[in-house]
Structures are given as C-alpha cells and as structure tokens.
Ligand binder design. Structure first.
Ligand code: ASP
Length: 314
C-alpha cells in the first residue's frame, strides 16, 4: 500500500532537468551558423540523456552526473576536454556535486589527469569522509577507486591551445579571450529530490593553483530539497565573494522569496560588484530560473509534460 502511494505520487510529481554550458559573449550576429548547430545538437542530446534517466525513475544525482559527464567529454565546453588553460599552459579542472535530500556534497579542484572531474566529485561525496579534495591527493583517491585517468594533453583542444598562444603573445589579448563554457546541471527527480553539479576548466590564463567558484559548495553549486538547486557560471571570484548559490537558497528559506526573484537579485548583486555570469536554478516544485548579465548563456531545460528547450542568446 505504501509503495503504491509512493508510486502514484511519483507519477504526479513534476520532474526534469535544467543545464548550462557557460555564460559570456554569445551574440547572435557573431555566432558562426555551424557552431550554433553544433551547440544546439549537443545541448539537446544532453537534455534527452538527463530526461531519459529521470523519466525512468533514476535519481537527480545520476542525471546531473551523467549530463555533466557528456559535456565534459565535448570539446564545445570549458570542462574536461576543451578546458581553458592556466598561465602555464595546462588544464586544471574543478567540479562539484550536491544532493539536496541529505545536503551531502563532493568537490574537487586542481585536477589534471582525471577524465571526468564530476565523477570524482561524486566519489568524494560518497566514498570519502570529506567534502573537498584537491590536486595530487584527489588524483590518488581517483586511482585507488579505478577512475579513468588521462594525460593532461587529452583535455587540450587545438582551439584552446591557439587562444592560449594568442594570450601569451599579447597582454592586450588576454582581456579579449572568450572564457565561457563551464557546464552545470540541476535536476529534480520523481521522488522530489534535487541535485546540482558544476564542472569547469576555470578561467583562461588563470594563475596555476587558482580555484574558482565551481567546486565551492554555496558559491558555484548548491542543492536543498526544501528550496532549490543552483549551478553557476561566470567570473568565479565574484561568485565566491557573494556566495551566490547558497544566497539564492537562503533568500527562499529565510525570506520566503520565489526562485525567480531570489536568483535575479543575486545576479544583480554580482553585476554591482563588477562580476559577470549567470545561474541555472530549479525549485522543489519544478520552477526554473536562468538569469545572467552577459550577452548570452548556453542553456536549456526539459521538464515532464514538456519538450526540450535550448537557448543561447538574451
Ligand atoms: N565560474 C568559472 C570559474 O570561475 C568560470 C566560468 O564559469 O566561466 O572558474
């Protein structure tokens, strides 16, 4: 009887996924049409994959991890393969994941050889007593748990290498470098559990050892079944200072604000401080909000009873 009730409730519950592939200077007029087709196809593939897991009764954590892994493996995004490079010309990756049901979380930073940083973040959450592991220690832990390891060159695409070369040639170029492409996802499953995750190569020409907001729980990622799930992208230093993801959840929890108002207020604050970027969020009722203060943000959602929707521009 109890099981029946759960199943019936499960069927009624709204579920779905919202994703981002980074915010930045994504302008319709400047976008190469072939590139637009590639991004649209990949974002749709990602949404379909996440939705398939959720509609089959899979958990929001599984959906978030799976879709981020697909985007990490795609050279289109600044996460995993296709990551931007540090001042020293290597890829140093950050990722985090959070379970809104238990508030369990896992995060990794400064990763150079683990093919899927989001998978390692989940491993830290589930198989270690810690929340965050960095650099060599995190990679040792990955090896002990048989995660797939790769040479750092695996992450470096021709395109990223060329923009790195341009950046080292001319100081001026540094400022013009496109930095967007971080990936993230928030999912709500049939059991009402929210999960969120984010994965990134960080910022082009970042100082070796620099850690952004993506692996900081409360800045780049947050999930709480009582409020919402959030994944951020943008100038990480500002997102850390404001505590963007937790701030949105806190406004809902303590002030009773709606998701849309809370998320827009926080992105406004980021802008006032001088930062740029955006967030994707979903609340416990399946409402979505995706505010950003840049020209565009690769983003999309696929909710039960609806169709996949992919957006890029304002
Ligand atoms: N937020 C990321 C970082 O600061 C970069 C990005 O989203 O573009 O590392």
């Amino acid at each position: 009887m109890f099981l029946m009730t759960v199943m019936l409730n499960g069927q009624d519950n709204k579920f779905g996924i919202v994703i981002h592939g980074g915010a930045g200077k994504i302008v319709k007029g400047n976008m190469n049409p072939e590139r637009e087709v590639e991004y649209t196809a990949k974002l749709n593939e990602v949404l379909e994959a996440g939705y398939r897991i959720l509609s089959g009764g899979g958990s929001s954590l599984d959906a978030v991890q799976a879709v981020i892994k697909i985007m990490e493996n795609s050279p289109l995004f600044n996460a995993g393969k296709g990551a931007v490079l540090t001042e020293k010309g290597v890829a140093e990756l950050d990722a985090s994941i959070m379970d809104g049901k238990t508030l369990a979380a896992g995060a990794v930073a400064g990763i150079k050889h683990v093919k899927s940083p989001i998978t390692l973040a989940r491993l830290v959450m589930e198989k270690s007593p810690h929340i965050m592991m960095i650099g060599d220690g995190a990679e040792e832990f990955a090896k002990q748990n048989d995660l797939e390891m790769v040479e750092n060159e695996y992450f470096i695409t021709k395109e990223r290498w060329e923009s790195y070369q341009k950046a080292i040639k001319r100081e001026e170029e540094k400022k013009k470098i496109e930095k967007h492409g971080t990936v993230g996802a928030v999912a709500l499953d049939k059991n009402g559990n929210i999960a969120a995750g984010t994965s990134t190569g960080g910022m082009m020409m970042k100082k070796f050892g620099r850690v952004g907001d993506a692996p900081i729980i409360g800045a780049g990622t947050y999930a709480n079944n009582n409020t919402c799930g959030v994944s951020a992208t943008g100038s990480g230093e500002y997102f850390i200072r404001i505590g963007v993801a937790k701030d949105i959840s806190a406004m809902m929890e303590y002030k009773g604000m709606k998701l849309l108002d809370a998320s827009e207020a926080v992105i406004k604050k980021v802008g006032e401080l001088g930062g740029y970027g955006g967030v994707i969020c979903m609340d416990k009722d399946g409402n979505i909000s995706m505010p950003f203060n840049t020209e565009g943000m690769y983003r999309g959602y696929y909710m039960s009873g609806g169709k996949p929707v992919v957006l890029m521009y304002e």
